[in-house]
Design a protein around this ligand. Structure first.
Ligand code: SAM
Length: 357
């Protein structure tokens, strides 16, 4: 018999919080693995044909039934499938974005973002020793550019096109520049809506060369040209634009936005419109969660930031000769938390024709 005097009493802590939310967060960390595997196996494509139970699904995918059942149940918990009796079927989000035949398919975008996510494995080292060296050549890759173009189909191109085509100036636009335009998809979408509009896709010289190929493949060579220019230099950027569109490109000028915005202003006709499409976070930069992760990854990779606040952007635009803003709040964005903002070059709209002639 143990000596009762020597037995220690277990100390049971009095809890102030529940562990369960933390447990949920940690298990959500396995979700990208499950989703990527489901895409590789063709699970969403199989269920796009018809709802089916785990037995039929595993026979189609060549997988083991009882593990397939647990696998599909995770996707139900993630709201990517629904379960009705024993049958699984797609939710709208997986039908739109995870089925290969869908025009808004995001498989390649998801694979590319998990590739960039690998930098997260280096957090401890980078936090102590400093960021990686950012390589601008990563943009000069035609496959990645096409993935970027397809990526816009998940809501961004719809939001931007709706916003710009409903601006009062849209019907009269003749010449636009897509700054850092890469794949040029935004320009193509806008040209489709306005037959008198022509465009320039401006990007780093190597990227502009590849953009030319994509523009030709898509059949827009007669209406879209390219300019290869590094906006960090004094390279010419063209002039007399009625519309300059900048999407996910001006982040790198945070803190000195005015230098480049003044140059853009000079390249526009009076009354011309500048439209910005950039990620925007909560004012304290602590939300949304995806934004905080993107910002961390961005800084780990050695890029200054991946967010611009409405306040900073407006202030820099006013100081660069723009005003008369139209704003679509970031909360309304369908794909990422992007703020779309239009600003007019101050001056009389009638001056446009004088400048062009
Ligand atoms: C994140 S991508 C955005 C592509 C496209 N605008 C979109 O929103 O899908 C950034 C683009 O800006 C271009 N870019 C970055 N820095 C640049 C610079 N200094 N001069 C010209 N283009 C630049 C890159 O080459 C790349 O094509």
């Amino acid at each position: 018999m143990p000596n009762a005097n020597k037995t220690k009493k277990m100390s049971i802590p009095q809890l102030k919080a529940n562990y369960r939310p933390l447990d949920e967060i940690l298990y959500q960390g396995y979700a990208p693995n499950v989703i990527s595997t489901a895409m590789v196996l063709g699970l969403f494509d199989a269920l796009a044909e018809e709802p089916m139970n785990a037995n039929t699904l595993s026979a189609k995918l060549g997988t083991i039934e009882n593990i397939t059942e647990a696998f599909a149940n995770v996707l139900v918990a993630l709201n990517l499938l629904t379960k009705n009796g024993a049958d699984y079927s797609l939710t709208q989000i997986s039908a739109d974005f995870l089925v290969k035949s869908s025009p808004a398919y995001q498989g390649a975008t998801i694979a590319m973002s998990s590739h960039y996510g690998q930098v997260m494995n280096q957090i401890p080292k980078i936090l102590k020793n400093g960021p990686l060296k950012f390589d601008t050549d990563m943009w000069a890759n035609i496959e990645a550019m096409k993935v970027g173009g397809q990526g816009t189909m998940g809501g961004s191109i719809q939001d931007v096109t709706e916003f710009i085509t409903t601006l009062p100036e849209f019907a009269n636009l003749k010449y636009m520049c897509d700054l850092g335009g890469s794949h040029g998809f935004y320009t193509m979408a806008l040209l489709d809506k306005n037959p008198q509009l022509n465009g320039t896709v401006l990007d780093l010289p190597k990227v502009a060369e590849l953009a030319k190929e994509i523009i030709s493949e898509m059949g827009y060579s007669e209406r879209i040209n390219t300019i290869g220019a590094d906006l960090e230099t004094d390279a010419p950027i063209g002039d007399r634009y009625d519309l300059v569109f900048a999407s996910h490109v001006i982040y790198e000028w945070k803190g000195h936005l005015e230098d480049n915005l003044k140059r853009i202003n000079n390249a526009m006709v009076p009354g011309g419109v500048f439209v910005s499409n950039h990620l925007s976070m909560d004012d304290d930069e602590c939300g949304p969660m995806s934004g905080t992760m993107v910002e961390l990854m961005t800084r780990l990779m050695g890029y200054p930031t991946h967010h611009l606040s409405e306040g900073e952007l407006k202030q820099a635009l006013v100081a660069s000769g723009f005003g008369d803003f139209t704003v679509r709040p970031a909360e309304d964005a369908r794909q990422y938390r992007c703020l779309i903002l239009a600003a007019r070059k101050l001056g009389k709209p009638g001056d446009r024709d004088i400048a062009r002639e």
